[in-house]
Design a binder for this molecule. Structure first.
Ligand code: OGA
Ligand code: NI
Length: 357
């Protein structure tokens, strides 16, 4: 079947307003991709072009003994040199990881009548919302993904209203991931000579936790489109759980190649976001990454974005610049940074220019 949409408005109506998402489009069994998902040739990651694929791999860090100084050293070095690493033996039980991925499948396999109860207009709480693409109303080329977005607050009872097919597993995962986040941030701060996370730093580094169940459905022409275009995250750090399908690529430290992040059983992918790049005055790197989709399997990933509070003022930490280092970034209010990111498409490392001096 070819695409039955005559213009972008009709497609947006199907995807966004009627809540079908890319999931609904994929389920139609289209033989070719609607034009609005086709990336211009220069924006595609040509997997046939070997010069673009780096054989490097991001570090894998065994966190069995969090408190050992070598672990701290490896994590800080990975944050400086790669901006991305995987951790294994982090303490979250395997069943909890599998449980949240299965919950993602269950949600996106619901009939559309059930899924659409969670689009913005219908959701019973602003803390959960079903979305498609990134800012579909602001961009020209859509991304081949849907996601269930959650704002997590352990004290907020609105999570009672989240979808019953997935909420228990999402909440259980959040319970386990929080100590991992805290350990990572404590280690990264220590690497910047900050010995203690006070309330202000807590608000800047981990004031808001967001968790998405992302679904990248099977795609008829995966080479023409993007699951997520090149971007850097606007978090302090992101903790990503991925399944065994693969498709996440990270910018290589040298040159303009891309490195695949191979799925590893039980591992979590950690990356530094723009906020920690700003706070560390560029020492820790927020690296560009992208997702390609495939024609054979639906992929699930579960990122937890560890973000500042909306009203937090972000800038280079005094401990970093007090020894005469020149500040590269100015102070920005996080909600402004956040709104700026979502007002446009994924544009590589462009967002951070907003905070540059
Ligand atoms: C993101 C992201 C990667 C993935 O959501 O910001 O980069 O593998 N996701 O889904
Ligand atoms: Ni990302």
């Amino acid at each position: 079947m070819s695409a039955p949409f005559s213009d972008q408005q009709e497609l947006i109506d199907f995807l966004v307003n009627k809540g079908n998402g890319v999931t609904g489009l994929s389920q139609m069994g289209l033989s070719s991709l609607p034009q609005h998902f086709i990336q211009p040739p220069e924006a595609r990651l040509a997997l046939g072009a070997p010069n673009l694929l780096s054989q490097d791999s991001i570090p894998i860090i065994d966190a069995s003994n969090w408190d050992h100084p070598n672990i701290g050293k490896s994590i800080c070095e990975a944050a400086e040199n790669w901006g991305f690493f995987q951790i294994i033996n982090h303490g979250i039980p395997f069943e909890v990881l599998e449980g949240v991925k299965a919950a993602g499948h269950r949600f996106f396999e619901l009939p559309v009548e059930e899924r659409r109860k969670w689009i913005k207009e219908n959701s019973p709480t602003h803390t959960v919302q079903l979305m498609t693409s990134l800012s579909p109303l602001a961009v020209k080329v859509l991304e081949w993904k849907d996601y269930l977005f959650h704002i997590y607050d352990s004290k907020d009872e609105s999570s009672q209203l989240w979808p019953s097919v997935s909420k228990d597993q999402v909440l259980e995962y959040m319970k386990w991931v929080q100590p991992v986040i805290r350990k990572l941030l404590d280690i990264l701060l220590k690497g910047l000579n900050v010995e203690e996370m006070d309330e202000a730093k807590k608000s800047s580094l981990m004031g808001t936790l967001m968790v998405n169940l992302i679904y990248y459905p099977k795609c008829p022409n995966p080479e023409l489109t993007a699951g997520a275009g090149p971007h850097a995250d606007i978090s302090s750090i992101t903790i990503l759980l991925q399944d065994d399908v693969g498709g996440l690529y990270v910018r290589a430290p040298q040159g303009d190649g891309w490195i695949h992040v191979p799925p590893m059983k039980g591992a979590l992918v950690i990356n530094i976001g723009d906020i920690l790049q700003i706070m560390s005055n560029g020492r820790y790197k927020s690296i560009e990454h992208r997702v390609i989709v495939n024609s054979k399997r639906n992929r699930i990933s579960v990122p937890v974005f560890v973000n500042p509070s909306p009203d937090a003022v972000i800038g280079p930490l005094p401990q970093v610049v007090e020894r005469g280092e020149k500040a590269l970034y100015k102070q920005v209010v996080y909600s402004d940074y956040f709104n700026y990111f979502f007002s446009k498409g994924h544009e590589g490392k462009h967002t951070i220019e907003y905070a540059k001096i």
